[in-house]
Design a protein around this ligand. Sequence first.
Ligand code: AMP
Length: 198
Amino acid sequence: MRLVILGGPGSGKSTQARQLCRHLGIVEISSGNILRRAIASQTDLGRKAQPYVEKGELVPDEILIEFMRQRLLQPDTAKGWVLEGYPRTAFQAEELDFLLEELNQQLDWAIYLTVPESVMMTRSVERSQNYAKDSTTSAKSRLDDHPEIVPRRIELFYERTVPILEYYDYRQKLLTINGDQPPEQVQPNILHKLALDN
Ligand code: AMP
């Protein structure tokens, strides 16, 4: 199964992606986690991405597309994957399709977790406050969850990511799920729509 999870900041994408991967025994590929790790270890990708991630801006398409292309060619992707946080722009979505075509593969579904903007805001700010309370190194590396940049991340979601919904809807690949409920209620809804709950 090859899935994409779409949603704004605080929509529950990463929680749902993790659970789906566990359920389906496939690999989770999170662009945000990849970038945060790359920044923490100051790899070439990390150094290029850092100024954007810190401001809540999107990392330029050409940097990320090439990286994700390489990632999707790794052997652990053979059984399928859940992409979380990628694609996030129309250009990334098209490039993903080109790559899949080249590999003779197909995306099964793009799952869109809808939550009202006010929920994105409160969940993201709460998360940043929790990180601030937690003094472990990994928590400190969430540079991108500072409350000041949350509105910009939400704005970019509407500007750059929402247009992708139409792209997948047109291709009859879009599954819309209400993300404004506790995570343990969202997961069964996703499995039900994927017809995997029997
Ligand atoms: P996330 O954890 O998915 O919200 O990603 C954290 C940050 O990484 C974002 O605010 C962006 O700066 C960057 N990022 C993650 N995925 C992408 C993407 N697909 N395209 C551009 N930038 C991204």
